[in-house]
Design a protein around this ligand. Sequence first.
Ligand code: LMR
Length: 397
Amino acid sequence: MFESLKPVAMDPILGLMAAFRADTRTTKIDLGVGVYMDDHGHTPVMASVKEAEAQLMQLETTKSYQGIAGDPDYNQRTLELLFGAGQSILNSGRIKSIQAPGGSGALRVGAEVTQRARPEAKLWVGVPTWPNHIPLLGSAGFEIEEYPYYDRDTHQINTDAMMETLRQVPAGDMVLLHGCCHNPTGADLTHEQWDQIADLALERGFIPFIDTAYQGLGDGLDEDAYGLRMMADRLPELVVASSCSKNFGLYRERTGSITFIAESPEQVEIVASQAMAVARQTYSMPPAHGALLVSLILGDQQLRANWEAELAEVRGRIQSMRSLLADNIQNNVAGIDFTHVKMQKGMFSFLGLNTAQLDHLREEFGIYIVSSSRVNLAGVNSNNIDYLSSSILSVLK
Ligand code: LMR
């Protein structure tokens, strides 16, 4: 049977991660996969997560099945984190969230449910987007359409072209948006752009599907939620896939959520039942550990304060590495303007290097950057900044 299968190339980001791990040079630098690293180049377990794990060791009395929707306390606390405790949408009865295996699992459940609701709906994705969006959501059945997002020449969102295309999106189609810390460009929608897209969604009748995987890594937990909170207030329907991989550092624990807002409480119950059917038919139940930790952290005043402080440190370190790298390059190459790198949000920016330059950096200097020229600024640290800057300068000159 298997003789008919052809090998599939590894996902480019995960392929780069494997190549980095296999590289034996001690000077190598990983600017590839979107994982936070501290100033020692290490991806630590957050202290608040460690503390929650210690508590969980004592509290946990069973490993019995948890249920298709995951932990109810986690689901409620995630809703509050995303949409803001006390916000009217949370008391509307029109919103429902279920735990999912990471942001990717959440995207998949969201896609399958919306495909069941409207099989003819197309999904509009910005160019560029996270490379796995297309295989992940496309294989759930969506026909994918594109809208222009980022202009590589101006290093800005191409607002006119984006709005022009979104103006053509038919009613009932879905439009994928990045909640914050756009992956791969770091170029986030302004409040005004969010508001304009919401106006268009109301006018045209398309439904935003928001992927929010980096809440708290841009400007702050509340600031990074502007778009999704505003849309939750204004739109009759919304789908939000979220992840605790980055802001809680729970990558391998696969902790995420899929949230639906429907027109009425009756409808959202039906949608949630469909989401649970999708879950049951694919992975049955989400993994428990990460969600129990998130629930403990968000439910305890002290742990939550500690976590927020750690997250602020993560955010601050990434921002300072942005500035340092941008200044190092900009001040040493005539005609290069890296101001955009400083202004962008979250882990990523495009450096604008071409394939030959990226190959050169990897082969000669052991510097790993995704082929789109996306860099993870968390991979920059005080030990490697000089080597990194001089290597980039040498390929730019
Ligand atoms: C990334 O974009 O590097 C991360 O979201 C990790 C992944 O799964 O691709």
